[in-house]
Design a protein around this ligand. Sequence first.
Ligand code: SF4
Ligand code: SF4
Ligand code: SF4
Length: 311
Amino acid sequence: MTIKIQRRSLLKGGLAGTVLSILQRPKSTQAHNIKKYPDSYGVLVDLNRCIGCRSCEAACNKEQGLPEPNTPFTDQSIFTPDEHGQKRRTDATAYTVVQRYDFPGQDHPLFKKVQCNHCLEPACLTSCFVNAYTKTPEGAVIYNPDVCVGCRTCMIACPFYIPTFKYSSGFHPRIMKCIFCYDTRLKYGKPPACVEACPQEALLFGKRDDLIKKARRRIENKPDLYQDHIYGEFEAGGTSWLYLSPVPFAEIGFNPDISDEPVLDSVKNFLAIVPMVLTIWPALFAGFHLLATRKDLQAQTTDDTSGEDKR
Ligand code: SF4
Ligand code: SF4
Ligand code: SF4
């Protein structure tokens, strides 16, 4: 039995009623049991092959019906970090972005495609108290906006900072992230649009287990070209998207502190240590959502301009 809370019922029943109904459920119904899918798909991203052409970004926006960016996909100035030295990140208008890393003394920069890594035991899923996320047998982590209450816990939980929030309407909260092209491609066994668009074969689609074997072969055959590390094989309990790199991953923005333990376990341990968190968690974030909703409504009353997407 899983917790299913319709957004409408939350708003209708009020915060107190909803929180009460959550707390009245047996504790076992609040747990997330994540199945293992040994036959699931993945993508191997080989950073030695990426040339930063951004064809993957263009294909993603088209496939997912995301808006055209202000500057064309051919514009390389987008790789310049902002005034705070920050590189571009995924947001509500871009489920995938390519970042550039320059190394002094190197002729060529290194490019890195970023998107949801589709964790095997996703922290976004385990942190969500209305079960808006699903890990499909094919490997995708998908999201159901119909039950989402907009608490944004998943944004905090994700170790890769991937889910973003669309501020288009207070009553229609929506998390935006890569869904592995699940509805249109993955569930039919077809490669994602970004993979198909890559002219360099920097993105290899296949069964995750096969991709790990292929990645190991590439490392063994060209040890001078590759780090002896497949990022995502174990990190955060393993991810469906995997990376090969010529330089240590810590030098190109991968978090070296992400442990091999699924974030699910950390959350469970944390909740075991502090049982009170289990009690206040839903109330806290449902409260945040209602506050955010009220602010959105006030903004809409005073300013009749249509909503924009921003992180
Ligand atoms: S990378 Fe983040 S958003 Fe994607 S499945 Fe993992 S925890 Fe969820
Ligand atoms: S898998 Fe699909 S949704 Fe995800 S980045 Fe690639 S094209 Fe976009
Ligand atoms: S399409 Fe391929 S080569 Fe071009 S930026 Fe994306 S991953 Fe790199």
